[in-house]
Design a protein around this ligand. Structure first.
Ligand code: APR
Ligand code: ZN
Length: 358
């Protein structure tokens, strides 16, 4: 089958091959025919080493498709079911899942997923264990969430990462409250989803910040009440919050400078939520005094704090009722052969989401 592979960390291009196979479906596993995969910035981050991803690996982690085959003991899906792939699925039994009620942080399945692809005898890994830049993948049962057959699968694919991550950060992690003021750094797929999550949660003002001016109008079409480049943020802060700062700041880029800016634009006592994924060897500085003095809540958001078993359906209900706009988030539909062009377009900040159609 066809698949896009990262051969070495730092490679500029993925290798699109047509001789990749899957190992046989084992007990408790589900083979999925991927119909659509979104192209997320995290795939680019795996290529350039921002996100640690041992090569060789089939990239892609934002996918949806149709169940092709189930292993022994699988009960939640049958062949023909439509599913969204979850890259951090809950085991449902551990301390994270049960005691802490943070199933997004469950490692029991995520840490054993992967190694499903082959090129000849060579084992090829997969991004976050999922590898959705391939015509088929093989994952443990909890990593597939069954959805209704009438949901367009291209829309469903986006929920698998970017939309859940951004909207979940606003709704689940930051817990944006009605009437509040929100600033969102980055208006890519994740940032636009955070803007929509803040709108759904009832924020009064939502400021979108992006260095790419094309994104500023785009953000307003999804619910931002204001938008600006980073150097114009202070004047909006003054006019909207009387200089106090925003109730919530969501960083959806993954750079130290914008993480620090998000903290600075949060009011004392407000919440700074870090959604973007930065490098392990880059650091953000805070004075030892300000952390105490400002009483800001500084919180990371991993996969939008989701319980994929319920939240994927919550987002799909919002989509069906017209409150979550996913159709217009798709800037471009591409074939897997165009994946490297798609990566360049994302680097240039030209797109909200591109979706590979298989
Ligand atoms: N200041 C303002 N905007 C910036 C800056 C900056 N210094 N750097 C990048 N941007 C903007 C880009 O113009 C783009 O619109 O951030 C946006 C990022 O969007 P995408 O590349 O589409 O990334 P996305 O898929 O949304 O992911 C964002 O979330 O899940 C993580 O790993 C992911 O860290 C990444 C982040
Ligand atoms: Zn992603």
């Amino acid at each position: 089958m066809r698949a896009a592979i990262l051969r070495n960390t730092g490679d500029h291009d993925l290798e699109v091959r047509d001789d990749i196979t899957l190992r046989p479906t084992g007990p408790g596993e589900v083979k999925v025919r991927i119909t659509h995969s979104g192209v997320c910035h995290s795939d680019l981050s795996a290529m350039n080493g921002t996100i640690p991803q041992p090569p060789p690996a089939v990239l892609g982690h934002e996918g949806a498709g149709i169940v092709e085959e189930i292993g022994a003991g699988v009960t939640s899906v049958v062949p023909g079911d439509h599913v969204i792939i979850a890259w951090s699925p809950p085991c449902g039994k551990c301390k994270s899942c049960v005691d802490h009620k943070q199933p997004n942080l469950c490692f029991n399945i995520m840490m054993v997923m992967g190694g499903q692809f082959r090129q000849g005898d060579e084992i090829i890994g997969s991004m976050a264990g999922t590898g959705t830049f391939a015509e088929y993948t093989l994952v443990p049962e909890p990593a597939v969430v069954k959805i209704d057959n009438d949901i367009p699968l291209e829309v469903a694919s986006l929920i698998g990462c970017g939309v859940m991550t951004g909207a979940g950060a606003a709704i689940n992690t930051a817990k944006v409250s009605p009437g509040s003021s929100v600033i969102v750094y980055g208006a890519g797929g994740v940032g636009i989803s955070a803007i929509q999550g803040a709108r759904i949660a009832g924020a009064a003002e939502i400021v979108a910040v992006d260095m790419n001016i094309n994104k500023l109008e785009e953000a307003k079409a999804f619910g931002a009440t204001h938008s600006c480049t980073p150097d114009e943020v202070d004047s909006l802060k003054n006019s909207i919050t009387g200089g106090m700062g925003f109730d919530y700041a969501l960083e959806c880029i993954g750079k130290p400078v914008t993480m620090r800016a998000a903290y600075d634009q949060t009011r004392r006592g407000g919440t700074t939520c870090i959604v973007g994924v930065g490098r392990m060897d880059e650091f953000v500085q805070f004075s030892a005094f300000e952390l105490f003095f400002n009483e800001k809540i500084l919180v990371g958001s991993y996969y939008g704090g989701t319980d994929v078993r319920s939240d994927f359906h919550m987002l799909l209900r919002l989509y069906r009722s017209g409150k979550l706009d996913l159709d217009r988030m798709i800037t471009r539909r591409i074939k897997i052969d165009e994946i490297n062009d798609a990566m360049r377009a994302m680097e240039r900040g030209e797109v909200v989401r591109q979706v590979i159609e298989f």
